[in-house]
Design a protein around this ligand. Structure first.
Ligand code: PEP
Ligand code: MN
Length: 351
């Protein structure tokens, strides 16, 4: 159910409706919009007696939301969500594309700083790097753990980049949240519902990757878990799905970008690195992702990819990242989007 408030409804009226909803044993999610506030109701199995609410002052309408996902839907919030960060001009979902770049894993301070300097200089506002890695083999490099998080915190201070890093499990989530600006939940965890709920209790943006066999509906329902706990800042990420095609690591499903944007107000970025698994496919698929309307990109960049401890084959070199940024800047303008120029301080830090 959804309560649509009148355009001129006051804060007190919104609060009174929320209190009434909560007193009935449900959860109220007030979602301010450009025109009016909508209040999503969750926790109800069936429909609520709408008479309880539609007589209240300031209420315009009480409507049933027929889709299984509610809070992520454009029915609840028509205009796109823009995820912003205090103190930095990087964002996701607005006119500027959110560009996240960095190595698959943080391997050492030297490696991480070398890559961070280059991606900052190219104009990225977000740095990625795994401190906790979901590896297929238990014998493969598992990440530096908290040491990796500390290195990324230093990178934030030095280059002004915001940090995107994965929380692998329930146990490490709080620690990751202490250091990260955006908490990544990986493809393998897209349906780890207890982890999603716990991330929903945090007040920090979540970058949620699509599971490798997830449908659009399953993907949106996973995001709904996070929003249902009150965290409305979710950035979706298409990173390829499993198909019979074996010329790439995964099949990057770019068609999900406009499909998500039609149904949901949440931003969606594209990860052509995991989506293709191949360095030489990252640039062409990045161009295509921007052309089809993605709200940003997540790109693995490494200064010595042949010696990377994870995902070297799909990591591009810093020079290739420069080229990628130059090209997508041009494509972005065709689709009325923008790729930000490097900030001066990053250029200065590089000297
Ligand atoms: C990653 O971003 O390095 C990663 C492990 O991604 P995914 O969960 O999409 O495999
Ligand atoms: Mn990776």
């Amino acid at each position: 159910m959804l309560v649509v408030m009148q355009a001129q409804a006051t804060e007190e009226q919104v609060r009174a409706v929320c209190e009434r909803i909560e007193s009935l044993g449900y959860r109220a999610h007030p979602i301010p919009g450009a025109q009016r506030t909508a209040i999503g109701i969750t926790g109800n199995q069936g429909s609520i007696e709408s008479g309880m609410l539609d007589e209240m002052s300031g209420v315009q309408d009480v409507i049933r939301v027929s889709k299984p996902y509610k809070l992520v839907s454009r029915d609840v919030k028509e205009e796109s969500t823009v995820v912003r960060f205090p103190g930095v001009d990087g964002s996701f979902g607005g006119r500027d594309l959110g560009i996240v770049a960095g190595p698959c894993s943080i391997e050492s301070r030297e490696q991480a700083f070398a890559v961070a300097e280059r991606v900052a200089r190219a104009g990225a506002r977000f740095f990625r790097g795994g401190a906790y890695k979901p590896r297929t083999s238990p014998y493969a490099f598992q990440g530096l753990g908290e040491e990796g998080l500390k290195i990324m915190a230093e990178i934030r201070d030095r280059f002004g980049l915001r940090i995107v890093t994965e929380a692998l499990d329930y146990e490490s989530l709080d620690l990751v949240a202490d250091y990260a600006d955006v908490i990544q939940i990986g493809a393998r965890n897209m349906q780890n519902f207890s982890l999603l709920r716990r991330a929903g209790k945090l007040r920090k943006p979540v970058l949620l990757k699509r599971g490798m066999s997830a449908t659009l509906e399953e993907f949106l329902m996973a995001a709904e878990y996070v929003l249902s706990e009150g965290n409305y800042e979710v950035i979706l990420c298409e990173r390829g799905v499993r198909t019979f095609a074996d010329h790439t690591r995964n099949t990057l499903d770019l068609s999900i970008v406009p499909a998500v944007q039609k149904l949901s107000h949440l931003p969606i970025v594209v990860d052509p690195s995991h989506g293709t698994g191949k360095r030489d496919k990252v640039l062409p698929l990045s161009r295509a992702a921007v052309a089809c309307g993605a709200d940003g990109l997540l790109i693995e960049v490494h200064n010595d990819p042949d010696r990377a401890l994870s995902d070297g084959a799909q990591s591009i070199l810093p020079d290739q990242f420069d080229e990628l940024m130059t090209e997508i800047r041009q494509i972005a303008s065709v689709v009325h989007r923008n790729v930000q120029q490097p900030v001066l301080s990053a250029a200065r830090a590089a000297k």
